[in-house]
Ligand binder design. Structure first.
Ligand SMILES: C=Cc1c2[nH]c(c1C)Cc1[nH]c(c(CCC(=O)O)c1C)Cc1[nH]c(c(C)c1CCC(=O)O)Cc1[nH]c(c(C)c1C=C)C2
Ligand SMILES: C[C@H]1O[C@@H](n2cnc3c(N)ncnc32)[C@H](O)[C@@H]1O
Ligand code: SF4
Length: 451
């Protein structure tokens, strides 16, 4: 049987499984966990261990049709400015709860489009964050940047506040693909943005690409990758297009008859990955690529690669404080998500409450399963010895899933006393194999396809 037919028979094109940016995944969260839990977890943090902070900016000037992110379109700055005021209130509510002396090791601004903020608002927001949670001496500050929504002054303002990493959205450079996803982004505009970022001292630059977009074919994706390589990024994320119009209503504007079929989609991903590998990039997990000396590859090589809501990270802070509408915090005790709709978020904060509305309290078994799934997503290897060492006898609860996976996937996986390893030929199935260890599959949630 051809490799692709074998993967198909094992469910590659039919399975709808999570991306496991967390375990349990966000759709499993319940309203039983909210602001009270959030407050208790914030208060219980160890001031000696730095935290990561995520700030969500849910505004874009243009709304790209393919996008599944939580964001809203705006033509004026007034809702953005008033939102920043609310974020500042949330930060001061949080600061009042945190133990004295706690520091911020990492800061990430995501969206939406953080670069919709003019320089004065960039400065104001950064100062408010730093006064709520002062940064460590070696802190890292990364920002998601839309090359069509940024200029030198904004980049200078971000750099002045300490931005040292940046991630730019590209998706695809082909004009027909860009038209079909409602996102026009000329190459020269993107190249000028990259030049400005490098001139501002950014040492780690990521580019986001997407495969499986309407009208994409082998020639077009190859050309996109060639153009990206001329930009010399340090990292490339290559996401599979998630067509979920029942979640992201704007995707109804996408002509689904122009979407590549399953096999084409698979070959597009393979082609882009091979080109990146030939150009010297190391493969990181299921959908990232990094230069050998980049922190992501160093983390992978030393077993310190982790999964977070942005994808893969070398961040080692155990706690993530999510600020802004829909942001998710991760604490030792569990996850809390702020009210997702911007209006509901604003109402909560302006009333003087924290905005947590959904979440999940982690049991010891959840933590073991979370780590098992993270190891598969990051290392393609579930280290049974590590789990045994960290979680003791309860690791026996994974035995049935380990047996089922070996029975189903045959020589695509290898099980020893030490580890379950996904072999290179089986890696396209990683999300599906990881889901065998998921004990929280929600009813009635339709995830995007696994390939
Ligand atoms: C920044 C971009 C993206 C965010 N989510 C997605 C992208 C590309 C993709 C995505 N997330 C979910 C789905 C549907 C299920 C799936 O296919 O896996 C897709 C296509 C699920 C999801 N992820 C988060 C939440 C809260 C949910 C539940 C569904 C929903 O409420 O929309 C977490 C999350 N996703 C993003 C952010 C910023 C975030 C956490 C704050 C953005
Ligand atoms: C933050 C990044 O998320 C990716 N992104 C946004 N929407 C989708 C989607 N529907 N499917 C896959 N990736 C997506 C883009 O590459 C963006 O730059
Ligand atoms: S891809 Fe970026 S700019 Fe486009 S709608 Fe999504 S968040 Fe906004």
């Amino acid at each position: 049987m051809k490799q692709i037919d074998r993967l198909r028979a094992l469910g590659l094109f039919d399975s709808r499984v999570p991306r496991y940016t967390s375990y349990p995944t966000a759709p499993v969260f319940s309203t039983a966990v909210g602001a009270a839990f959030q407050k208790a977890q914030l208060a219980a943090l160890d001031p000696a261990v730095p935290v990561s902070v995520y700030i969500h900016i849910p505004f874009c000037e243009r709304l790209c049709w393919f996008c599944a992110c939580r964001t809203q379109g705006t033509q004026t700055l007034s809702p953005v400015e008033s939102y920043i005021g609310t974020v500042e209130k949330e930060l001061s509510l949080i600061a009042d709860i945190l133990p004295k002396g706690l520091r911020m090791g990492r800061l990430h601004w995501g969206g939406g489009t953080p670069t919709i903020l003019p320089p004065a608002l960039i400065h104001r927001l950064a100062q408010s964050i730093k006064s709520a949670i002062p940064p460590t001496a070696d802190w890292e500050f990364s920002v998601e940047i839309d090359p069509t929504m940024v200029d030198r002054d904004k980049i200078a303002a971000l750099a002045k506040e300490g931005m040292n990493r940046a991630s730019i959205g590209i998706q695809d450079f082909d004009p027909e693909v860009q038209t079909a996803i409602g996102r026009i982004q000329p190459f020269d505009v993107t190249a000028a943005c990259v030049a400005d970022l490098r001139a501002a001292g950014i040492h780690s630059l990521n580019t986001d690409l997407v495969y499986g977009l309407p009208h994409q074919d082998a020639t077009r994706i190859a050309d996109t990758v060639d153009k990206v390589l001329t930009l010399a990024p340090d990292r490339v994320a290559l996401f599979g297009y998630a067509h979920v119009p029942w979640v992201a209503k704007r995707q109804k504007l996408i002509d689904d008859t122009a979407l590549p079929g399953d096999e084409t989609r698979y070959h597009l991903a393979e082609l882009a990955a091979k080109k990146l590998q030939s150009a010297g990039f190391a493969t990181i997990g299921i959908d990232h690529f990094a230069r050998p000396q980049d922190g992501l590859n160093l983390a992978r090589n030393s077993g310190h690669l982790r999964r977070n809501f942005q994808g893969y990270t070398d961040d080692h802070c155990p706690t993530l404080i999510g600020v802004g509408a829909s942001s998710i915090s991760r604490f030792d005790g569990g996850y809390v998500q702020n009210a997702a709709a911007t209006a509901a978020y604003i109402q909560r904060i302006e009333a003087g409450d924290l905005a947590g509305t959904r979440g999940h309290q982690l049991t010891p078994i959840d933590k073991m399963r979370a780590r098992a799934i993270e190891m598969l997503m990051c290392d393609f290897r579930l280290d049974r010895s590590e789990l045994q060492h960290r979680f003791g006898p309860q690791t026996q609860q994974l035995t049935a899933a380990l047996k089922a996976v070996t029975a189903t996937y045959g020589d695509l996986v290898t099980l020893t006393d030490d580890a379950l390893t996904i072999e290179p030929e089986g890696r396209a199935l990683t999300r599906i194999i990881a889901s065998a260890f998921d004990a929280h599959k929600p009813e009635g949630v339709r995830y995007s396809q696994a390939s």
